[in-house]
Design a protein around this ligand. Sequence first.
Ligand code: ADP
Ligand code: MG
Length: 487
Amino acid sequence: MSEVGNVNASGMSSNKGKTKKAADSFAPGADILKSWNDVHKALRSEFGETVFRSWLKPLTLQACYHGTLEVSVPTRFMRDWIQTHYAKRILEMCGQKNPEIKRLEIVVVQNMVSLEEAAEKTKPAKSNQNGKGHEAPVLDGQTDPFELASPLDARFTFDSFVVGKPNALAHAAARRVVESAIVPFNPLFIYGGVGLGKTHLMHAIAWELRAKKPEKKVMYLSAEKFMYQFVKALRSNDTMAFKEFFRSVDVLMIDDIQFIGGKESTQEEFFHTFNALVDQNKQIIISGDRAPGDLAGVDERLRSRLSWGLVADIQPSTYELRLGILKAKRDQLQAKVPESVLEFLALKVISNIRELEGALNRIVAHADVAQQEITLETTQDVLSDLLRSHDRRITIDEIQRKVAEHYNIKLGDMHSARRARNVARPRQVAMFLSKQLTARSLPEIGRKFGGRDHTTVMHAVRKVEELVGEDPSFAQDVEVIRRALTG
Ligand code: ADP
Ligand code: MG
């Protein structure tokens, strides 16, 4: 089994209680293979392109034993989803093709391809000596399990990616890469803070390429994994296969490149791979937590090479984007969540999108279990710990002090009527942060700023959000102050 990948969880199948033992299974015969192949193809027309691409395409035939057909998917989430939504129909279709098949078992096989296997494949043909006869069958060009090194999350598609100002550039660049007939820029470097959607975009690219250009060998993996595989190859004296394999891909995607910081030999190897692929006009897509030039512990040569193509950033989210994401997520979950609750979350949970999604999931799950309607009150209740960590101890006075300090203006200017830009802007930032970080209402905030009107505060909040979207260095200032206050 280990040749195929780790079986992390045994499938929940219709034959409950029976644990599958590897010894029971045998590789499917040609007729089973053909049946499965036909069914897999028929699924596309039955469920449509989008569903097929997101859920059914990755299904890979693993084995057939005692009337049970075993298929694998790369994630637990996918397995559960397919189990509840499609398994019954798939089994029916299989049964029609081949009456021997009575049960369907869906297992999770992470790492559909181990790199060793992939490297093995690029070596001159050797007889298959593993003797276990349990290779994942290659059904057609499209399901070649060798095209991916890390499993892709079925939820991370372009369809589910909400576009807003902070991520518009990165999104447009990603789309360009999948739509363009040529390599539009090399590399595409996407960077941004934690939980802002880098991995989501990377997976979306990979899914789309799988669907649109199935002949391309797409390789997606984290920098950590790249490093790990490289070190492993070094140890086993097998760097040739490693090199050959990486140089044979058409699209190389490396996530979280910052992890190669300080790892010199990995960087060296990556640099050569990078150059070899660029020379062959193969697309490279990379993500990192900061711009190429700012990567710590990364060789100057590599840093400059990484910024040759298009460098696209993802900015911290805005209120609008957060609200948009929440709405999309609510529709996906088909949950009844009042608008006011979404607005409240978009206002309060600002650190990153992952936490925002987590907050929504929590209140939806809670309402489900408690059989309760979701209201602003239940939301505050369920998320009290989370909200407290955002709200705790932060007062408007404190915010004013920090902001004044940061911009080097007098504290008194927070309350004064002066309208010069150099004091008016920091004052707006302080109002914005007061709205974000405290539970105070707009009129209350206005009062704290020398008795200003609530519309002035609202205007300040909008203005700052707009500037955050437009001006990265301003956004960074705001972020620094926010961190100082909440950290
Ligand atoms: P990163 O790799 O930048 O740390 P991820 O791509 O893992 O972040 O995103 C974190 C979570 O937020 C994921 O569940 C992702 O689907 C979600 N997310 C981020 N940006 C968006 C977006 N624009 N639209 C929808 N979901 C998003
Ligand atoms: Mg990520």
